[in-house]
Design a protein around this ligand. Structure first.
Ligand code: KIV
Ligand code: ZN
Length: 533
């Protein structure tokens, strides 16, 4: 049971990694990534070597459109895909957003299960066939690379779904993705469904067939794998398994399953597994979705050994209790890279090695933060650098910035917080408030300064690295006007990290509510028909 790096792989056995972290993943409650954050994730996905990035659903909001467009223009390597329903307005918006990509793909879908056709779409099977035909033909006018999905495929009548798929193929679809939209299927059923589809639609052998599984019963990766064994060669997945409800199949699990068991399954991917840990940390940090400690591959315990017998075994021979080497997923990045006296040049070089291209004012800011940190911490690790640089990169001109704060606390009265916040327009607003504890007072003072009555829902503190001088990372989930949004902040001072996190969450909640308002206007104007999936 050891890793496999077999040479002489067959192209026919290559599994394409279609990452939907920025589309299906972003549909998770409380996740609200801004354009800069989406670009950062997309660039990291390119480094990870995914084949396709589903960058978003451009018709749903101007913010989503702009983010997809920026990714299409600036991210090189992977195919950049935009999602659309079958309406021409959706497809046109998807095309406009992705057309500047070197390799654009339109992904169009319509439900084929009777329950969705009758209850959700309130239409007929014939109409679904007509819409599928028209949508693929319309998308094909723009690009050769068109993916079609019969939504709720696993609960559809397979013969009817086969007819719709045949129509999509006749119109030129190049990828057919059959989703388990509600996470209901089981591996043997999903595999058998693909076998039946290959029998009913022999033309499927000439295109790429894809799996897309949700994790409602905890089977997303197992179902995806069953589909691959039945002949599919594209897997749709999300980093850390985020996504609608219980999430999508987890990218890192499916990639490492194929990598570790390649000699048995004879399937492989082009992913650079050494970027997995870093991608997982970035997505967790930017989405505010913490990774559970015992999560396969990227959980903090995934390579830890607690039992004495196990520790003893691993010390004697790693493979006694480890089926993967932690370095394969890039977990050795905790090495010390810089010291107190390192200069700007050394910092730039270390950042470059970590994949950050930081120049000009951004380098000055990174250098200032590095020096602040070096005053408090003896050795700066790659994880520290990654945390402070991505903390700075998240700062956008439209967001609130913590200028200063002070908390008066004594044993005989409630803490009193004073804060000064730079507003998106540039002016500085001040607020004072008491609270049950310093964090409570701090957040209430921020509400007072910004004039928003946000309510704290969740608050987490974790350490970026070990040791008493570790950087603290705070994640805040708050609610404002019915919108949930998260934000993160990093500092050696937990209160400062908390303030940064709260202000970011507040900025994200405000942009969520602005996007919802814009969508509401579009819907009233008839530009958006039904809620997004
Ligand atoms: O789960 C699903 O069916 C989807 C489709 C849009 C592919 O996300
Ligand atoms: Zn989905």
């Amino acid at each position: 049971m050891t890793e496999n790096t077999t040479q002489g792989r067959r192209e026919a056995d290559r599994v394409r990694i279609f990452d939907t972290t920025l589309r299906d993943g972003e549909q998770s409650p409380g996740i609200s990534l801004n354009k800069a954050e989406k670009l950062e994730i997309a660039n990291q996905l390119a480094r990870l070597g995914v084949d396709i990035i589903e960058a978003g659903f451009p018709i749903t909001s101007p913010g989503d459109f702009e983010a997809v467009q920026a990714i299409a223009r600036e991210v090189h390597g992977p195919v950049i895909c935009g999602l659309s329903r079958t309406s021409f307005q959706d497809i046109d918006a998807a095309w406009k957003a992705i057309k500047d990509s070197e390799r654009p793909r339109i992904h169009t879908f319509i439900a084929t299960s009777d329950i969705h056709i009758e209850r959700k779409l309130q239409t007929t099977r014939d109409d679904v066939k007509g819409q599928a035909r028209a949508a693929v033909a319309h998308a094909k006018q723009y690009t050769d690379d068109v993916e079609f999905s019969p939504e709720d495929g696993s609960r559809s009548d397979v013969e009817f779904m086969a007819e719709v798929i045949q129509i999509a193929l006749d119109e030129g679809a190049t990828t057919i993705n059959v989703p388990d939209t509600v996470g209901y299927t089981m591996p043997h059923e999903y595999g058998a469904m693909f076998e039946e589809l290959y029998r009913l639609v022999p033309d499927l052998r000439n295109v790429v067939v894809s799996v897309h599984c949700h994790n409602d019963l905890g089977l997303a990766v197992a179902n995806s794998f069953a589909g691959l064994q039945a002949g599919c060669r594209q897997v749709e997945c999300a980093v850390n398994g985020i996504g609608e409800r219980a999430g999508n199949a987890s990218l890192e699990e499916i990639v490492m399953l194929l990598h570790t068991r390649e000699s048995s399954v004879a399937l492989w991917t082009g992913a650079n597994t050494r970027e997995i840990a870093r991608t997982s940390r970035l997505v967790s940090r930017l989405t505010g979705y913490n990774v559970q400690p015992n999560k396969a591959i990227v959980g903090r315990n995934a390579f830890a050994h607690e039992a004495g017998i196990h520790q003893d075994g691993v010390l004697k021979e790693r493979t006694t209790y480890e089926i993967m080497d932690a370095t394969t997923i890039g977990l050795e990045t905790n090495s010390i890279v810089l010291g107190k006296h390192s200069g700007r040049h050394a910092l730039r070089k270390a950042l470059e090695e970590l994949g950050f291209e930081v120049e000009g004012p951004a380098l000055n800011t990174a250098f200032r933060r590095f020096k602040d940190l070096a005053d408090k911490k003896k050795a700066i690790t790659a994880l520290d650098l990654e945390a402070i640089v991505s903390d700075e990169m998240r700062q956008s001109p439209e967001s609130f910035v913590l200028e200063s704060f002070d908390i008066e606390a004594s044993s005989n009265r409630a803490p009193l917080a004073h804060v000064a916040v730079r507003m998106p327009g540039g002016e500085v607003a001040e607020g004072n408030f008491t609270g049950d504890g310093p964090v409570d007072a701090f957040f209430s003072a921020i509400n007072a300064a910004t004039g928003h009555e946000a309510r704290l829902k969740e608050y987490h503190v974790s350490a970026v690295t070990g040791g008493r001088d570790a950087l603290g990372e705070v994640t805040v989930l708050l609610e404002l006007n019915g919108f949930l949004a998260s934000g993160q902040g990093v500092s050696t001072d937990i209160l400062e990290a908390s303030g940064r996190a709260y202000l970011r969450a507040l900025s994200n909640a405000l942009s969520e509510s602005a996007a919802a308002e814009a969508e509401h206007h579009l819907r009233r104007a008839g530009a958006v028909e039904t809620p997004t999936p």
